[in-house]
Design a protein around this ligand. Structure first.
Ligand code: SAM
Length: 204
């Protein structure tokens, strides 16, 4: 998904393309602040791995209602529809989207790819080890551009992104586990340090 003008001020802090109830939506205000701090308000916001539900047959442990707040999502869609002219949904491969947009000016990329662990039970389209490596290679090639990547806190993140700043933070999930989950934010060279305002866990 790509969208321009997401950085424009809104009085409704929860209206975001990020879909996880109580989880990733917590990052919205943090990413917005980062975009503003970089003087990128009004830029093209690119989310190459936006949403989708896992499992068409609904026979798994985590059915669509595990993350489906019908009224809240309907309201969000109604409000987002006001910005429909500025939003471009696409079913393209995330790496293609990153490759196209990263070199452009006034672009911010937030990549939230399928996880290393449990991704197969969460998403219809999980990643293979090669997919994770390909993504790391592409992001590395545009390390000077403004992007943030979030992953589950798996050891592969430190291996694939050894050269990048990695910061652990906590999210409250309702998808594959209830309660807190530690995730990792990987930061490109051109985004500011995260800290105040992020639900960071103490680093050891
Ligand atoms: C961790 S989820 C991201 C969820 C999103 N941040 C949100 O809050 O809605 C990863 C998403 O990437 C999608 N995906 C898997 N392979 C992809 C690919 N090659 N290109 C783009 N998206 C992909 C999955 O279907 C899944 O919806």
């Amino acid at each position: 998904m790509t969208a321009s003008d997401i950085g424009v001020s809104t009085r409704r802090p929860r209206i975001s393309p990020l879909r996880y109830p109580g989880g990733k939506s917590a990052l919205y205000s943090r990413l917005r602040k980062m975009i503003r701090d970089m003087d990128l308000a009004g830029c093209t916001y690119v989310e190459p791995y936006a949403g989708g539900v896992g499992g068409l047959d609904q026979t798994g442990n985590y059915k669509i209602d595990a993350r489906f707040n019908r009224d809240g999502l309907a309201e969000r869609i109604r409000i987002l529809s006001l910005y429909a002219e500025n939003i471009v949904p696409t079913s393209r491969d995330g790496i293609d989207v990153i490759s196209e947009y990263a070199p452009k000016d006034d672009v911010f990329i937030y990549a939230d790819p399928p996880y290393f662990e449990k991704a197969g039970s969460l998403y219809l389209n999980a990643f293979s080890a090669t997919d994770h490596e390909d993504l790391a290679r592409v992001l590395d090639s545009v390390a000077d551009r403004p992007w943030v990547l979030t992953y589950d806190n798996a050891p592969q993140v430190a291996e694939l992104y050894a050269a990048r700043r990695r910061r652990e933070f906590e999210l409250h999930y309702s998808a594959h586990r209830v309660g807190k989950a530690t995730e990792v934010a990987v930061l490109s060279e051109s985004v500011p340090e995260i800290g105040q305002g992020w639900p960071l866990t103490p680093t050891t």
